[in-house]
Ligand binder design. Sequence first.
Ligand SMILES: N[C@@H](CCC(=O)N[C@@H](CS)C(=O)NCC(=O)O)C(=O)O
Length: 205
Amino acid sequence: MLTLFHAPGACSMGIVFLLEELGVDYQLAPVDLRTGAQHAPEFRQTNPKGKVPALRLDDGAVLTEFQAIACWLCRSHGAPGLWPESAMAEARLLERLDFIVGSIHARGFTFLAMPQKFTADPGAQDALRALGRREIETGFATLAAQWEAVPRTPDRIGPDDAALFYVFVWARALGLALPGPLAAHADALLARPAARVAMQGLADH
Ligand SMILES: N[C@@H](CCC(=O)N[C@@H](CS)C(=O)NCC(=O)O)C(=O)O
């Protein structure tokens, strides 16, 4: 059975969401980021990067990095047609996914919510928070402007939806407004039964 190393409220909830949507059998291995369990030698043996998500496969191999895990799950466990056939459609999907995880999450939310990871200087922390907020706002505006061009099949959840899911949860928790089409998509994703499972434990964080 697949084992997902996960912390409630972390980006790994996007992978829980996807596992639920795909109907894959899995178990969760909790990693308590608040107590620094990601730095403990036992977890470092699983993921030397000290981050969640990490996914242990049936043969013992461990996949890391949100995009890699989400794409592997959709390609190996998704219904026919979930993964794009054409090279261009695949490239566009990867382009969106990397923008959500690599820019909106990694620069936007990390700077906004955790400036203390980068500097102890309170003034510099404020500047990082402001930078993070701008990255999120411009990132969401960019996604909204391209929204019409994105092929969508209602009820078919792909890797980009899994990434959108967790940044939407974070945006709503921080009271950040989402532009029109994204707000509607957030409502739809958050209403799905998989969202309830993925958000378990969130209230404690
Ligand atoms: N590039 C990684 C980033 C994952 C990441 O930032 N995970 C955070 C939780 S959202 C984490 O594990 N942080 C623990 C730490 O940095 O100590 C990915 O895409 O999977």
